[in-house]
Design a protein around this ligand. Structure first.
Ligand code: GLV
Ligand code: MN
Ligand code: MN
Length: 398
């Protein structure tokens, strides 16, 4: 089945009527539906499906073994995300397998399609959680203790989804099977729009991380509390939002975002007792922690001005990644020298790149918008991407 038709099959799963787009979070009902759908489609292609103890799904074409060619992406989304970020890589992999099968190709190497769990960190806060766990890039106890917005831990959610929380963690045996990893993904910025090509080869991923700033003040009455008597944590939080933009402007090519701000208890006539603010910061090279340190100092000064306190917790961090030179060279050669593209978006392929040769293919996104319902790829480009993936998988798995 074509990649576009496969996308069509899941077009109604996890639509978010409030935010628009899709909300599909790790182990929630829509994501479980997508997992089941993936399993059925993979079985239909004669693949053997199993789920590792970190919630990543593997569909093997032939027996599992070392030096495997592995391709895939994720099925979860950000809150109110687009239809392509993640699913495009999964449907393209399934479609590529089917077209290789129809052409009579049989892999000479172990071959798997993988779906990684919680790539967006949309539920438990840490992006690429499935690939971080697989590679041991995150401590298992830390992962088990991560909580969603309702206070449910990752361990509890995993148990409810049928996994043994005690077995969550580094999986060197499974990781050791991967010979090469390739992820196809929708392009998430304007990078491919003017290059005249539906497909690009990934070159680098910018260093990125997430920090939680917790401002604490005094919850109180909005009418009965004089301004002079307040310790309102919303004020330093607001000052921090503007400091993030101001300080990031001073750092070449920095991106820094506050996309989530949660006051507690969150009432119109209530001065908040705490405000949690999440910072996403990304700077090429090694400058991200220094930028975050400047932001932390601005947050502390603003908190002190209002008689509040702030604590800062790093939730995740990944260094710059350069995808494997030899693989990039091969991908470019097999695909007729498409453009190479850096990205500011994070990916499971970038986590795996620290352990195995990994690469990425991007499919043109004419809106240049992602993590939003406006994310898009033309059907013709979706098929060009799936065809490119089939071409390179056939070479890699000979
Ligand atoms: C994932 O898409 C990220 O870059 O946050
Ligand atoms: Mn994403
Ligand atoms: Mn993605």
């Amino acid at each position: 089945m074509s990649a576009s038709r496969l996308l069509g099959e899941i077009a109604d799963v996890g639509r978010d009527p409030k935010r628009g787009g899709y909300s599909r979070h790790a182990f929630d009902a829509p994501e479980q539906d997508l997992r089941a759908w993936f399993g059925e489609r993979a079985l239909g292609l004669g693949l053997d499906v199993d789920t590792d103890h970190n919630g990543n799904i593997w569909a093997w074409w032939g027996p599992p073994g070392p030096d495997a060619v592995v391709t895939g992406s994720h099925l979860d989304s950000v809150p109110g995300g687009g239809a392509f970020d993640g699913p495009l890589g999964v449907v393209s992999a399934l479609s590529a397998v089917e077209s290789l099968q129809e052409n009579g190709f049989r892999p000479g190497k172990p071959f798997a399609v993988v779906v990684f769990a919680e790539e967006e960190g949309g539920r438990f806060g840490v992006p690429c959680l499935g690939s971080r766990l697989l590679t041991g890039t995150i401590d298992a106890d830390k992962a088990r203790a991560l909580r969603d917005a309702d206070g449910v831990t990752f361990a509890e959610a995993a148990a409810k989804a049928g996994f043994d929380p005690a077995r969550i963690g580094a999986d060197p045996e499974r990781l050791g099977l991967i010979g090469k990893f390739l992820e196809l993904h929708v392009e998430q910025g304007r990078g491919l729009i003017d290059l005249g090509s539906p497909v690009a080869v990934g070159s680098t991923v910018i260093a990125h991380g997430r920090w939680r700033f917790s401002f604490t003040g005094q919850g109180n009455h909005a009418g009965a509390t004089l301004l002079a008597d307040r310790a309102d944590p919303m004020l330093p939080a607001a000052a921090t939002v503007t400091a993030v933009r101001r300080l990031a402007h001073a750092v070449p090519d920095a991106r820094a975002t506050v996309g989530r701000l949660v006051p507690t208890p969150g009432g119109t006539n209530v001065i908040a007792s705490t405000v949690d603010l999440w910072l996403d910061a990304r700077v090429p090279g090694t400058a991200t922690p220094a930028l975050v340190e400047d932001i932390r100092q601005a947050a502390e000064a603003a908190a002190a001005d209002e008689g509040c306190r702030v604590t800062v917790t790093r939730e995740s961090y990944s260094d710059d990644v350069v995808f494997d030179d030899a693989l990039r060279h091969d991908l470019g050669g097999w695909l007729g020298a498409p453009p190479e593209l850096p990205t500011g978006a994070g990916h499971d392929a970038a986590i795996l790149a620290g352990f195995v040769p990994a690469g990425m293919l991007y499919v043109r996104n004419p809106t240049g918008i992602s993590h939003s319902p406006e994310e898009f790829a033309e059907a013709g480009d979706v098929e060009a991407g799936a065809a490119a993936l089939a071409t390179v998988l056939e070479r890699l798995a000979r």
